[in-house]
Design a protein around this ligand. Structure first.
Ligand code: NAP
Length: 441
């Protein structure tokens, strides 16, 4: 009997693992199980709308989904519709590829005020993730502070200041486009607790900030070191030098007076308190210096008035029931991907939310090798048992063909020139299939 695998999650790590398993064990069957009716996880809901080219990988994932060995089961939630232990009883191997969908708390007094939002929620909101459609971030403010200086922070800053014309060719959701266009936001502050050399954003993303139609990048030249010193690989040093050159360029270029908005790159400042009553009115920072790579407080403080604080300080994974979880790191406890006999982890739930999309390809190939090395022949009923269980529990799983019907409707609904108009609610996706009531079952 061929081996039967279940992969939980349908983002990059899931699809790269499935593709590698198809290669490594051609007579296997692979079921990709996803909570939402839509596949592709972070590609659909994490990549910035104006980075459409990054989403081209969906074409390769679609080819994998259409392989004879692979089946997609969307709208099926582990824990609610089927337990992990039940899946482990049915499949020869189960792979956790659920990513890191949660926000990390800012962890300073006042971080529970209305108007403090994590980047996973904010990015989910503008990308039409059904969990965040009703987020309603406070954009009735002139100032927004983004804590963190990674690529997610830069994505958010860019989306906040781009004009409707700049976003017209993309799939920014209607609710987010309307709120951003109506917003009086003028100043977006991207604040890092360490310096320009330690900032995590990459150079292509940084350079984009110099080409915005209605926003000037603002950099204080006195915060820029002459060169990227310290211990790092040659490759990293080249990247850091490029970042310094771009930041220097921003600092030296006189602001274009015709541009109404500003994105401030502010370094050496750690958040210490979110200010205001029930709602955010500002945020206090302590000036830092970098010692041995760490941010150390100097005892000097300053405040930035704002009505919205977005903590773009990295994502974390949610604990998966029935698995050992490392709460401190926010990952499933694993030995290079092996969690327990027949249970594996790949991608961000295995190793922490870092790296580019392609990093998950390496992960997926590694996981497939481990599975094939660990298992000889299939011993469990796999898909047949899973489908029986879904029928018994009256769970209406969404097939890949169903998803393609939803996708076609999104393409047909798109604004002229835009790739798609996402349905930001599950009910609307299911309505496309003529089954709005299935959501309740
Ligand atoms: P990230 O790259 O890890 O950046 C997190 C930022 O938050 C860092 O500046 C970090 O500073 C800061 N931070 C963390 N904890 C903090 C705290 N308690 N107080 C203040 N600052 C804090 O995470 P990310 O931006 O969420 O990105 C996740 C991954 O997705 C990355 O690998 C990223 O490159 C990737 N990504 C790529 C793209 C793209 O290629 N265009 C787009 C989006 C995301 P320290 O360095 O001091 O810890």
């Amino acid at each position: 009997m061929g081996l039967g695998f279940a992969i939980i999650g349908s983002g990059p790590a899931a699809f790269y693992t499935a593709a590698a398993l198809v290669e490594a064990a051609p007579d296997c069957s692979i079921d990709i199980i996803e909570r939402l009716p839509t596949p592709f996880g972070l590609i659909r809901y994490g990549v910035a709308p104006d980075h459409e080219h990054t989403k081209n990988v969906m074409k390769a994932y679609t080819r994998t989904a259409l392989s004879p060995q692979v089946r997609f089961f969307g709208n099926v939630e582990i824990g609610a519709n089927v337990s992990l232990d039940e899946l482990r009883g049915m499949y020869d191997a189960v792979v956790l590829a659920v990513g890191a969908a949660r926000d990390r708390p800012l962890g300073v007094p006042g971080d529970d005020k209305s108007g403090v939002i994590g980047s996973a929620s904010f990015v989910g909101w503008y990308n039409g993730h059904p969990d965040f459609t009703d987020l309603a971030p406070n954009l009735a403010t002139k100032g927004v502070v983004i804590v963190g200086q990674g690529n997610v922070a830069i994505d958010i800053a860019r989306v906040l200041v781009k004009t409707p014309a700049e976003m017209a060719r993309f799939d920014l959701c209607d609710h987010a486009a309307a709120a951003i266009d109506a917003s009086p936001v003028e100043d977006v502050y991207m604040v890092g607790r360490r310096g320009p050399v330690e900032a995590k954003f990459t150079n292509v993303e940084l350079r984009e900030m110099g080409h915005l139609e209605n926003a000037n990048p603002v950099v204080d030249a006195s915060q820029l070191p002459a060169s990227a010193d310290g211990e790092m690989s040659d490759r990293d040093r080249r990247m850091k030098e490029k970042n310094l050159a771009s930041l220097r360029g921003f600092a030296e270029t006189p602001p274009d007076a015709a541009k109404r908005k500003r994105v401030h790159f502010s370094f050496y400042a750690a958040p210490v308190e979110v200010l205001g009553g029930a709602k955010v009115e500002g945020i206090r920072f302590e000036r830092t210096r970098v010692e041995g790579g760490n941010a150390v407080g100097t005892g000097a403080f300053f405040e930035i008035p704002c009505g919205l604080v977005i903590a773009a300080i990295g994502y974390r994974s949610a604990p998966v029931k029935d698995t050992p979880f490392d709460v401190r790191q926010g990952i499933v406890k694993n030995d290079d991907g092996r969690v327990a006999p027949g249970l594996y982890a790949v991608g961000w739930i295995k190793r922490w939310p870092t790296g580019v999309i392609g990093t998950n390809k390496v992960d997926g190939e590694h996981c497939a090798k481990q599975i094939v090395a660990d298992l000889a022949a299939g011993a469990k009923p796999g898909r047949t048992a899973f489908e029986t269980l879904l029928r018994q529990r009256r769970v209406r799983a969404i097939s890949f063909k169903d998803w393609q019907a939803i996708e076609q409707a999104e393409i047909a609904n798109a604004r002229p020139g835009a790739p798609r108009r996402k349905f930001p609610r599950v009910a609307d996706m299911l309505a496309v299939l003529g089954e709005a009531r299935a959501e309740a079952s």
